[in-house]
Design a protein around this ligand. Structure first.
Ligand SMILES: Nc1ncnc2c1ncn2[C@@H]1O[C@H](COP(=O)(O)OP(=O)(O)OP(=O)(O)O)[C@@H](O)[C@H]1O
Length: 407
């Protein structure tokens, strides 16, 4: 690298006391010329230096950009499990490996268990990811006012009455419970086969009590949001407090509240943590105002009894598969906006649908409508329902064949 030549010396004016006035004047003139010359020289050098500085600045910007790219492309995602005196315990997403590591000193204050963080190749925490609102949004379905009403639900009138008592009444008349001196149930657990209207029931009660409906699916907590379950459960209750009156609905709660098994894999530990968070939220729930908690499961037999203790899910409501009358009612509901031919006896159609859930009946009605459309008709006939039933039955058998084949 070449060194820049040194700067020109500062010109000096040397006057001899012996000099005549004319000589002095000449010396001053020369000094002046020299100053002008040095000044010009310095200005040139300054212009050169500015140019060079501009080039270096561009180089720095370029390097900064490259550095950013390198930094971001080489970081992995993990969740903070614990902050100990020895360092931070993180769990990597994907392989679930737990690692004791350190955080960059600028992050020391910011880290909290449950945070999503970016780690480098040597596992050091580099960055806290601000995705809280993001995964909240993904993990929770929030509806200000769901459009399901009790009139949309068929065949489970007793269950509707029980849910109204346990959820709607305490939301609408809390004073009444206080005056009488009874505690409303802490949590309501709906259990029964798939597609029988459990989710509908929770939505309808939220709607009819003018409460915000906040749903979280247990299965997603353990499959999609690995390492974030406990934090999302905390967020769920926080969100409900912000939006009260609110109905919290945890679907497929068995995914986070199944009986403990013997295996001690890290996946189990994660599920346990999520369940412990849920229990502690429910236990600390006494004075939280206008929030009701509901959950649903198709696997009641699998539940850990800890979640059924008093103060937790202490009101159990079974939502069974509909009987013939219930099926007829559900069929009426799902055909009420359809142009059904006069004289069709929905009771006869329903009596043939043994083992159908509400969800199956909803698909049957749509399928019958499709048969009419394919046939170029504008009204749905008895034969369409029969054709739809045969089609669904065939599809079911095919599913079973696939399953048999797989196993
Ligand atoms: N009792 C019912 N009355 C009317 N429609 C019903 C009934 N049960 C189910 N359905 C229909 O089936 C759909 C699915 O029902 P829903 O999601 O409430 O069932 P679920 O019991 O929560 O099922 P899962 O256990 O599979 O989550 C509803 O959107 C509705 O169209």
């Amino acid at each position: 690298m070449s060194h820049s030549p040194s700067l020109p010396d500062r010109p000096r004016l040397e006057l001899d006391p012996e000099m005549s006035d004319a000589e002095r004047l000449e010396a001053i003139r020369q000094h002046f010329r020299r100053i002008v010359q040095v000044n010009e020289e310095l200005e040139d050098r300054l212009a050169d230096a500015e140019g060079r500085r501009g080039e270096l600045k561009d180089d720095v910007e370029q390097l900064k950009r490259e550095n950013e790219v390198l930094k971001t492309s080489s970081l992995y995602i993990a969740s903070v499990e614990e902050i100990t005196d020895d360092g931070v315990v993180i769990k990597q997403h994907g392989n679930n490996q737990e690692v004791l590591t350190q955080a960059a000193s600028r992050l020391d204050e910011d880290l909290r268990p449950g945070d999503r963080v970016a780690i480098n190749d040597s596992f050091a925490v580099q960055q806290v990811l601000d995705d809280e609102t993001d995964s909240r949004a993904q993990a929770m379905e929030v509806t200000e006012s769901p459009d399901v009403t009790y009139a949309d639900i068929g065949g489970i009138d007793d269950q509707i009455r029980e849910v109204r008592e346990a959820v709607e009444d305490p939301l609408e008349n809390p004073e009444q419970f206080e005056t009488v001196g009874v505690e409303p149930p802490s949590g309501v657990l709906l259990h029964g086969p798939p597609g029988t209207g459990k989710t509908m029931l929770a939505k309808a009660v939220a709607n009819e009590s003018d409460a915000t409906f906040i749903k979280m699916a247990g299965s997603e907590l353990v499959r999609k949001f690995i390492g974030e379950g406990a934090r999302l459960v905390r967020d769920l209750f926080e969100l409900a407090a912000e939006r009260e009156p609110a109905v919290i609905f945890i679907d497929e709660i068995d995914a986070v509240a199944a009986k403990r098994t013997d295996s001690k894999t890290s996946g189990d530990a994660e599920v346990q943590r999520t369940m412990m968070q849920l229990l502690s939220e429910m236990d600390g729930f006494d004075d939280r105002g206008e929030i009701r908690i509901m959950a649903a499961t198709n696997r009641f037999d699998m539940l850990d009894e800890a979640i059924l203790r008093p103060g937790r899910f202490d009101r159990l409501i079974e939502v069974p598969e509909p009987g013939p009358e219930g099926r007829e009612r559900i069929l009426e509901i799902h055909t009420r906006d359809m142009n059904v031919a006069d004289g069709i006896d929905l009771g006869v159609v329903a009596s043939d649908l043994d083992g159908y859930s509400g969800a199956d009946i909803a698909s049957l009605a749509t399928e019958a409508g499709m048969f009419a459309i394919r046939d170029g008709r504008t009204e749905v006939r008895q034969a369409d329902f029969e054709a739809a039933r045969d089609k669904l039955r065939d599809a079911d058998t095919e599913d079973e064949q696939v399953i048999n084949y797989q196993y």
